[in-house]
Design a protein around this ligand. Structure first.
Ligand SMILES: O=C(CO)[C@@H](O)[C@H](O)COP(=O)(O)O
Ligand SMILES: [Fe+2]
Length: 231
């Protein structure tokens, strides 16, 4: 089912209040929480890892709130972390195409651990690398900034990749990540993205509920116009 999914990136939250910030975003209407895992090797930054995801999952149990943990793995050895992220409570494992030698085997490994499998491409990587993986994947992530930091400027040139992938995979979840907010979501929605990661914009919005609703409506209207909205 292709529908709008709004995923605040907790990288933009106040880490001293992480559990409360996650709950707050969920209560404000977030569909997923986007969890950026960085190892200081694949990207020049270190964020958080399995122990913190374990704590967050305890703070927001699946039984109490059905909150989806969308784990964006910016790590050099993505195979290594699959069991730990599954154990910590991850629902989806997004690896970078650029970080693995065998994407098909990694997808299999992720699924064997009970998570949805997704593959991300950096701005310099063409959409075509995903053509032969699309059928096995639950989601594709087109990065709209260089991975590593929140608060960067959205790269509109990436929309050609989203458009190409949406035409090829009308029923697949296609995520965009980096610099998304009120001004940039219309371009992403027009190109066919349905999963919107929004860090800085959500966490700094004076009216986050209104922003989340606006982003969701914008995406759903574009999907309907394209005839791919299936809810
Ligand atoms: O993966 C990343 C950065 O590497 C992102 O998820 C950012 O955290 C998004 O932050 P904003 O650009 O929305 O502030
Ligand atoms: Fe991310």
């Amino acid at each position: 089912m292709v529908k709008a999914i709004i995923a605040p990136s907790i990288l933009a939250s106040d880490f001293s209040k992480l559990g409360c910030e996650c709950r707050r975003m969920y209560d404000l209407g977030a569909d997923w929480l986007h969890v950026d895992v960085m190892d200081g090797n694949f990207v020049p930054n270190i964020s958080l890892g399995p122990p913190i995801i374990t704590s967050l999952r305890k703070a927001i149990p699946r039984t109490e709130k059905k909150l989806f943990f969308d784990c964006h793995m910016m790590v050099a050895n993505p195979e290594q972390w699959v069991p730990e992220i599954a154990k910590a409570g991850g629902d989806q494992y997004t690896f970078h195409y650029e970080s693995t030698k065998d994407a098909k085997a990694l997808i299999q490994l992720i699924k064997e651990h009970g998570m949805r499998a997704a593959c991300a491409v950096k701005p310099g990587t063409p959409a075509s690398v995903l053509f032969e993986l699309g059928e096995q994947l639950d989601m594709i992530l087109v990065m709209t900034v260089e991975p590593g930091f929140g608060g960067q400027k959205f790269m509109p040139d990436m929309m050609a990749k989203v458009d190409e992938l949406r035409r090829r995979f009308p029923q697949l979840d296609i995520q965009v990540d980096g610099g998304l907010g009120r001004e940039t979501v219309p371009a992403a929605a027009d190109a066919g993205a349905n999963v919107i990661v929004a860090g800085t914009s959500c966490f700094t919005a004076p009216e986050p509920v209104e922003l989340i609703d606006y982003m969701r409506d914008t995406v759903n209207n574009s999907l309907k116009a394209k005839g791919v909205h299936t809810e």
